[in-house]
Write a protein that binds this ligand. Structure first.
Ligand code: ADP
Length: 403
């Protein structure tokens, strides 16, 4: 690494999209952010915003055939801003990798062996790891000499005790197929739990936090003294909370029933539970803004979907209170958690006996900063902590390559 190299490019490669940010770790500033979407279609779109320059978003539309073409287009945009991938100031590329299994409990510099191991995990993350692998391969081909780091969504959860991570199924079968709770959104849970401790003026080792990451995908975690002790997503991101399009927890026998009685095959059930369930399955909308608008107009389906969503959230807050024994903070984050005041109010309503309450005025404040929304008398701090997975990935990447 060049002595003054302090920039990190963060890549989040999905099946048909690449999100990216270029950060300068000297001061944590963002130099450029962007997104390539609909890769492989005729209507691909690249939106690039040079924050170190004029800040005006440049958009291109037209076919981008694959991830290699997408990354080349991103590289050209960065080059045009004097931020090219060949810059000696670029220290590393940090890749978001969804599934790290049990092997990867920390960010890892990618070599051929690491890439092979990430490939070995494809059977447990068929929807996510292949796209991450394509992103890594493409970036390595563009800059083979540059350190590339994998930051795993599962890593933060590898501290879960065995009694939280194991399902109560036959041990031999579980082990043969690597079936256990892995948990996801770990980068966000790590970042938010640390920021929540900082908001309380404490070291992460001193506090117990329940993190509620409520985006389109949603997960809860119980974090004791900075270490994850339980989380709601499992072998895959399907388990746990009600999400935008995923069911979250259901009786596993529903799957047998759909197969035997409804005559659906495995792929159709997978599609039903991952893409056509959750809020969208319940009321046809997965955007919480739209659901609140419909509720305000008296729509009963939207109201029931909201109530089911909140009921599940409350169950996890209660369960993790019991798991932690003492809760110092409940932290709301991600699209819904950061923006939907009615969700926060409803999830905490009635939990006064557990020391939890929300102040209506504080809850109504909109801000980009971490903030408390609980009244002073409440024993448990309820907070809104905007997540920043890209910053966390960049920090972890930079810490590893500059060590
Ligand atoms: P993901 O990263 O999982 O795609 P996000 O964390 O960006 O999701 O969250 C997206 C969701 O956040 C949207 O589907 C919508 O339900 C919710 N959301 C975004 N903005 C608002 C808002 N102002 N009010 C209520 N909900 C919002």
């Amino acid at each position: 690494m060049t002595a003054n190299a302090s920039r990190v490019l963060v890549l989040n490669s999905g099946s048909s999209s690449v999100k990216y940010q270029l950060l300068d770790m000297a001061d944590g500033s963002r130099l450029a952010v962007g997104l390539v979407e609909r890769i492989g279609e005729a209507t691909s779109r690249l939106a690039h915003t040079p924050l170190s320059g004029d800040g005006v978003t440049r958009e291109q539309e037209g076919p981008i055939a694959d991830h290699e073409a997408a990354l080349k287009a991103v590289a050209a945009e960065l080059q045009a801003d004097g931020l090219g991938l060949d810059s000696p100031q670029l220290a590393a590329i940090g890749h978001r990798v969804v599934h790290g299994g049990l092997k990867f409990s920390a960010p890892t510099v990618i070599d051929d062996a690491v890439l092979q191991e990430i490939e070995r995990l494809v059977p447990v993350a068929p929807l996510h790891n292949p796209a991450n692998i394509t992103g890594i391969r493409t970036a390595r081909a563009l800059r083979p000499d540059l350190p590339q780091v994998a930051v795993f969504d599962t890593a933060f959860h590898t501290t879960m005790p065995e009694h939280a991570a194991r399902y109560a199924i036959d041990v031999a079968t579980a082990d043969a197929h690597r079936i256990r709770r892995y948990g996801f959104h770990g980068t966000s849970h790590a970042y938010v739990s640390r920021r929540a401790a900082a908001l309380l003026g404490k070291d992460p080792s001193e506090v117990n936090v329940i993190v509620l990451h409520l985006g389109n995908g949603a997960s809860a975690s119980a974090v004791a003294g900075g270490r994850c002790v339980d989380t709601s997503m499992g072998l895959t991101p399907l388990e746990g909370l009600v999400m935008g399009t995923r069911s979250g927890d259901i009786d596993p026998a529903v799957v047998f029933h759909l197969k035997r009685v409804a005559g659906m095959d495995t792929d159709a059930i997978d599609e039903l539970l991952n893409k056509k369930s959750g809020l969208v399955g319940l009321c046809g909308d997965n955007d919480m803004r739209e659901i609140r608008r419909r509720i305000d107009e008296g729509d009963e389906r939207a109201a029931l979907a909201f109530d089911i969503y909140i009921h599940r959230l409350k169950k996890y807050i209660g369960a993790y209170t019991a798991v932690l024994g003492r809760v110092d903070a409940v932290a709301f984050t991600a699209g819904v958690g950061e923006n939907a005041a009615p969700v926060r109010a409803a999830a905490i309503a009635g939990l006064e006996e557990m020391g939890m309450a929300v102040d209506a005025d504080l809850n109504a404040v909109r801000a980009d900063e971490p903030r408390l929304i609980s009244p002073e008398y409440a024993r448990v701090a309820v907070a809104v902590i905007p997540t920043d997975e890209e910053l966390e990935i960049a920090q972890q990447t930079y810490a590893l390559v500059s060590a």
